[in-house]
Write a protein that binds this ligand. Structure first.
Ligand SMILES: NC(=O)c1ccc[n+]([C@@H]2O[C@H](COP(=O)([O-])OP(=O)(O)OC[C@H]3O[C@@H](n4cnc5c(N)ncnc54)[C@H](O)[C@@H]3O)[C@@H](O)[C@H]2O)c1
Length: 432
């Protein structure tokens, strides 16, 4: 985590005095940043619509391997008064010393490779969730942030959201007593992806770079764009997609800064008859031993049913904290309700997630040394729970995990899945 002391040595402001290759701030001012958006799809555009309005930012580059999306993004930024260069190869952006920070909104399999490369070029990084495609990558991202003394913020914007912060204040103030169990859930209604035959990638997409470090595979229209998250080589299923937001809120309230000691999970494709590879139905129980973030042993539960035409506990996605004196239930992008003994309603708050505030927190961390709301150390825990749960689900095996060494101790087969197989590619991080 970047502290105020390391910030002064590392940030754009202090760059001139530094050996690390951190780039200078825009036009030598300490109050603006030159940034690049890498990945201009659904979420990239959601970021861009806010980033173009932030007076502390200059959009220096937009980057996408899809020429059409790239042109669209350039048009949006230009219309808002920026002068972005449109670039297909992220390496050219990283080589530009004038770029201070990058926003990475690529598919998940590019998060760690791209973020680590960017950090190694001295760039501060805002990277989308889940921060990694596997546990090892998350650890290497933490190492890269420390090694290069840069900020890596993960796109779990609940961390910067007032309603969630207030809920955490109640929890930390003892409003529900000691929390012994937390349950996050994802009960969204997803669509059938169909059965699709491979086809030639469209000429406007550089599909080889889209694949990047992932194994070579034919092009499928139900993977690119958007639905890649439901395929194992590129995403972590809907648990790593929307579920990770609620899992992140759960670990925040539980106050843990390490992965659990064991994980048991079951699930599969009970509903969808289509090409997607990850479970549509999943039940996960993680156990934290006494001493791993708390005095007593605690459970972290995750439930997924991405076919429900109704919501659970009033919220489509959410997280419930079960304490010895009461219960607090948070809905993603909705608010929360606090109950006491015998379900007595005590307090409630309504509110939406605040993405622009999460951006601003990252900008303030880079320019002023503020503490990141979702540093990669934090993102690694919520993403890591997804990865462990998916390993347990795939192998139908309870796994014992050593949180200090980040290895699975009771199965060589499971432990091999702490990492992934990469093809030979310039983006593969060292040490994977
Ligand atoms: N924080 C949130 O609330 C939230 C919401 C939705 C999505 N997301 C995250 O945002 C990320 C993107 O999701 P999406 O739905 O926008 O996916 P998407 O498929 O619509 O967009 C990804 C874009 O990245 C581009 N891309 C792929 N490889 C690239 C590379 N090497 N260089 C440049 N561009 C590259 C693709 O061409 C595509 O345009 C995911 O990690 C997802 O989990 C976060």
């Amino acid at each position: 985590m970047t502290t105020r002391r390391t910030f002064l040595k590392s940030s754009a402001v202090g760059a001139a005095a530094l050996a690390v290759p951190t780039s200078a701030p825009a036009e030598g001012k300490a109050d603006t940043l030159n940034i690049a958006l890498i990945g201009c799809g659904g979420m990239g555009k959601a970021h861009l619509s806010l980033l173009v309005k932030n007076k502390q930012l200059k959009i220096a580059y937009v980057c996408d391997v899809d020429e059409k999306r790239l042109a669209d993004a350039a048009k949006i930024a230009t219309a808002a008064g920026h002068e972005p260069k449109a670039e297909k190869d992220l390496r050219k952006i990283l080589d530009d010393k004038a770029v201070n920070a990058v926003w990475m909104a690529t598919p998940d399999h590019w998060h760690a490779p791209g973020a680590i490369l960017a950090a190694d070029h001295g760039k501060h990084v805002y990277v989308e969730k889940p921060c990694s495609h596997n546990i090892r990558e998350g650890r290497l991202m933490i190492d890269a942030a420390k090694r290069n003394k840069v900020n890596i913020q993960v796109g779990t914007q609940s961390r910067s959201t007032k309603t969630c912060q207030e809920a955490m204040d109640r929890i930390k103030g003892g409003a529900i007593g000691d929390i012994l169990a937390v349950k996050a859930w994802n009960s969204q209604l997803r669509r059938n992806l169909g059965h699709v035959k491979p086809s030639e990638p469209p000429a406007h997409i550089d599909y080889d770079t889209w694949l990047g470090p992932a194994p070579v595979a034919p092009f499928y229209t139900n993977r690119v764009h958007g639905s890649w998250r439901f395929f194992m080589d590129y995403g972590a299923g809907d648990m790593g997609n929307d579920g990770v937001h609620d899992i992140d809120v759960g670990v925040w309230g539980l106050g843990v800064d390490a992965l659990p000691n064991r994980v048991a999970a079951l699930g599969g494709k009970y509903f969808f008859d289509d090409d997607q590879e990850w479970p549509d139905t999943q039940y996960v129980v993680c156990e934290y031993d006494a001493g791993n973030g708390g005095k007593a042993p605690r459970q972290f539960i995750f439930e997924q049913r991405i076919w429900s035409p109704y919501v659970q506990e009033d919220y489509e996605n959410g997280c419930a904290f079960y304490g010895t004196k009461g219960m607090l239930i948070i809905g993603h992008e909705a608010g929360w309700k606090l109950f006491g003994e015998k379900n007595k309603p005590i307090e409630q708050m309504v509110g939406k997630v605040e993405l622009a505030k999460h951006h601003q927190n990252f900008i303030d961390a880079v320019l002023k040394g503020d503490k990141l709301a979702a540093p990669v150390e934090v993102g690694h825990i919520s993403a890591g729970i997804c990865h462990l749960a998916n390993i347990s689900t795939r192998l139908r095996k309870t796994i014992e995990f050593d949180p200090a060494k980040e290895v699975i101790t009771n199965s060589a087969e499971a432990n091999a899945m702490v990492r992934r197989k990469y093809r030979e590619h310039w983006s593969v991080p060292k040490g994977v």
